[in-house]
Design a binder for this molecule. Structure first.
Ligand code: FE2
Ligand code: FE2
Length: 170
């Protein structure tokens, strides 16, 4: 993660106060083992989604505390989704991981009703039921934005690599 992003969220006292227990937990740190998109780990992806959703709620309304906490926990499925289908036969990670993340989050943390709803509905509109609250929409939107940025960052480096690897003109 960019040092400027780390400095921004760690320097935000209000944000840190409401997510500190999650950021300090070993289960959350274990997300560093898994890649989410491109070269971004699930841990960094979750922090980025959480902080963007928190900022969206601060700007446009919504429970920023729920957005910040559920943003950190929305992808707590705790496996490598790139090899998951091959290893387990579950080809529906996109549809099933919100419930897995919700169950894991419930096992490790005290969740409010809204936080649970945000985690369970964050894949909308891929999954049919939309989030019930503004904070839920903030996390859903932040997740799409961060995923697109992470994926296109890899695409950009791939294009750059192809450009650099092209044969020199004679
Ligand atoms: Fe997800
Ligand atoms: Fe996500």
């Amino acid at each position: 993660m960019e040092p400027s992003v780390i400095a921004e969220y760690t320097g935000d006292e209000e944000y840190m106060e409401c997510v500190k227990d999650i950021l300090d937990s070993s289960v959350f740190h274990s997300l560093d083992k898994y890649i989410q998109h491109g070269t971004t780990t699930c841990k960094d992806h979750s922090i980025q989604v959480s902080y963007l959703a928190y900022k969206l709620c601060k700007r446009f309304g919504g429970n920023w505390r729920s957005a910040a906490r559920a943003g950190l926990l929305h992808d707590l499925f705790l496996y490598d989704w790139h090899t998951h289908a091959r290893e387990t036969g579950n080809h529906f990670h996109g549809f099933t991981h919100p419930r897995t993340a919700f169950q894991n989050a419930q096992a490790y943390f005290e969740l409010s009703w809204e936080e649970g709803d945000i985690i369970l509905r964050h894949m909308w509109p891929l999954t049919p039921i939309p989030p019930a609250t503004r904070a839920g929409f903030a996390v859903t939107c932040a997740d799409k934005v961060c995923s697109a940025v992470e994926t296109t960052a890899r695409l950009k480096s791939w294009v750059l690599l192809c450009f650099l690897a092209r044969p020199a003109r004679r």
